[in-house]
Design a protein around this ligand. Sequence first.
Ligand code: ADP
Length: 500
Amino acid sequence: MAPAPAPVSGTSAAFLRSGPTKLLIGGEWVEAADGSTFETINPATGEVLMTCASGQAADVDRAVRAARRALEGPWSRVSPAERGSMLWRLADLIEHHADLLAEIETLDNGKPLAHSRNDDIALVVDQLRYYAGWTTKIEGQTIPVSSDPNHFNFTLREPVGVVGAIVPWNYPLQMAVWKLAPALACGNTCILKPAEQTPLTAVWLGRLALEAGIPPGVVSVITGYGETAGAALSSHPDVDLLVFTGSTEVGRAIVTASAGNLKRVALELGGKSPNIICADADLDKAIAGAANAVFYNMGQDCSAGTRVFVADEVHDEVLAGLAREADSRTIGDGLTPGVDQGPLVSEEQLDKVLAYLAAGEQEGAQLVTGGARVVGDGLGRGFFVRPTVFGGVANDKKIAREEIFGPVVVVLPFSKVEDAVRMGNATRYGLGAGVWTRDVRTAHRAARELKAGSVWVNCYNVADPASPFGGYKESGYGRDLGRDSIDVYTQVKSVWIDFG
Ligand code: ADP
């Protein structure tokens, strides 16, 4: 029998008893206009965790009006330095409540507590502090124009306006802050729509934003479903910018919905990322890295390294190594100490992943390990699936083509690196890519030739608030993080003065 999950702390338990959660609109916590609610589930047990207000189009509309009032009123009078202080205070508050937030994230999403605490929440704090620093450094230019010697031309970099941010369930608080932090740093107001599977840390983010002194209306949190709250936000005529992380299919729906007022859109979408292991790679490091690239966060990661291309000479060794890594992972409730593989986020996601496992076997792929739901060890009520390795898969098969969003890796052999790069690029996606080699020429060539927004050499899925992240091809456009995201959240005004 597996060890028992750690008991939920008193503060988390009190929060969970305090429901239903409400919507944050104009600095007030309110029920949905029609009183509707939905339940969020603990994926480790299948039990209801909490009831939440289910925002509808009318609620989105109220939030947009509050955001517009704040944008044109009090928020426009807050200086860049004051905005920076507020973001820094928000980071401090998140740090102060880190244990609670990590626990709630794990209960809602399923991920191991150590990952919530040491990765998600820690990174959120770093990201807020990084953008707190940007508030005072968003500058225009003076431009030497030739049209007339008496003309002076300069640019102002201004906020885009009211931002709608629709985020997914795989890194709930992180994705929310990836959007919120640069949006506020640049002087926008923001309406956050968390995923219906994982709304709880977004509710806390709203609370802490108010506590940090961010004026009412600048941050709204509308929990609810994608088809209602999400669709209303993306089609709203008074939202200026819609930023989204999620599936390519929903990204497409958002682009269509945004056409009415031609709002700006930035999208970070799906992936089917190649991870290339050359014969000259440090194999221990490559195997551990490739396993982590696809099993971390239960594979629910848009840049997960789901297709591992392995040089013929080392193929069998890598395949066996990946299987060993898969089998060695401790599966369990994220609150159980020592667990590194939690449940998938929802029953729907479990069914989707199980369907892909069946498709793999039907297509004649070789199941090396895993391939099934976990039913023993007291985990049968949760949405657990074994880390899975498939060999003998052609690059055009369903499980090698489509995003599974689960702990499933396909291993494909190659004889020349150019072939691996070509096969790696043969996808509609282009989010991440990896290459493992000791040859500096191979590293540089592959980095240039791989069509992806991030390329990792001898590492994978490394991120930093200062480094841009985003997609090529159908993995999206616009960039999160780094200096590049400032472009997404600002617009440029050219000002001419005739002093003749
Ligand atoms: P996944 O497929 O990984 O569940 P989705 O792309 O479906 O991710 O969801 C990401 C976010 O998009 C969630 O907040 C979800 O509620 C939202 N969403 C889903 N459908 C729509 C839609 N039609 N319009 C706007 N947002 C949506």
